[in-house]
Design a protein around this ligand. Structure first.
Ligand SMILES: [Fe+2]
Ligand SMILES: [Fe+2]
Length: 306
């Protein structure tokens, strides 16, 4: 971190992220530490939700083989909960509560009596977003070998889980009645809004003692931050398309959120691993390395379309 600051990171943060006021080195350091703690804490809460949801899937999914697979996934999720909890308490020493939007979504997923909705919510939406978010956190904490190793291993499991979700749900939605399908469409749209809101990071600004409305407006309106939130959907969109859930109604909602540009990316059956989109990797590596930012026009332009 110190090295990045020495490389002129402050200038780049102030140019690319356009904060409400110019940021000094110390503020950047505190913001980055807290944003990482915030993201990792939400990962932990998501993993706890995944543990409970997959235990429910073992019970609810009607096929024997899917039950065996889901049982393996329960064990994976237990390891993930443990490792993120240990990292946050033993290494970072800072943690955050679950954000209300994620809590609402996890509650809906776990309580829904329809097994496919639990599946859709957890395996496609929450884990799809987690895959992209893990990739970004890896880039943001590139100089922390323990987190690199830990997230790489968790991502290997998650990419299998998402691919399993896609394969299990494949064909199901093609056979559904229009009223049943409509309920799934509404669930997908609602879940997308909730997942997007989770990334506004208000609790970070509050913890730092900064002007929360001012910084939240910044997080909502800055092209860099809009782009960052959109990138989190880069795996969800192609997976929904494969499931036949990118229906006109969902497309309409996604067009408004400028998420349709991910529809031609590879889905989890074609490519189980999630690599963050090229434009984001480039942006973050500029930001992290302290090199001059020149080619962030693409992200800014598409984000400005919001
Ligand atoms: Fe997990
Ligand atoms: Fe998982």
């Amino acid at each position: 971190m110190q090295q990045r600051l020495d490389n002129g990171m402050a200038t780049i943060v102030n140019t690319m992220m356009n904060p409400p006021m110019p940021m000094e080195d110390e503020a950047i350091m505190r913001m980055q530490l807290n944003m990482n703690a915030f993201m990792l804490s939400q990962f932990l809460h998501g993993e706890q939700g995944a543990l409970i949801a997959t235990a429910k899937i073992v019970q609810g999914v009607p096929w024997e083989e899917a039950k065996y697979y889901a049982a393996n996934q329960v064990a994976d999720e237990a390891r993930h909960v443990e490792v993120y909890h240990r990292y946050l308490t033993e290494k970072l020493g800072i943690s955050y509560e679950i954000v209300p939007s994620l809590r609402t979504l996890l509650d809906d997923i776990v309580k829904d009596p329809r097994w496919d909705v639990t599946f859709l919510g957890m395996q496609i939406m929450v884990e799809g977003l987690a895959l992209a978010a893990f990739g970004v956190t890896k880039l943001q904490m590139a100089d922390e070998p323990l987190i690199q190793d830990l997230i790489t291993r968790v991502m290997q499991d998650e990419s299998r889980h998402v691919a399993f979700g896609v394969l299990t749900l494949n064909d199901l939605y093609a056979q559904m009645s229009s009223s049943e399908l409509r309920e799934r469409e509404e669930f997908v749209i609602e879940a997308t809004y909730l997942l997007r809101d989770r990334l506004l990071m208000e609790p970070v600004f509050e913890r730092l003692g900064w002007d929360v409305p001012l910084w939240t407006e910044w997080a909502k309106g800055t092209p860099f931050m809009i782009g960052f939130r959109q990138m989190m959907f880069s795996k969800i969109v192609p997976n929904l398309k494969r499931l036949g859930l990118l229906t006109p109604r969902v497309r309409d909602a996604y067009a408004k959120m400028d998420l349709l540009r991910f529809e031609h990316m590879k889905d989890s059956v074609e490519e189980p691993e999630a690599t963050p989109p090229h434009e984001l990797v480039e942006l973050l590596s500029q930001l992290m390395s302290g090199k001059a930012a020149e080619s962030n026009g693409g992200l800014q332009q598409s984000a400005a379309a919001q």
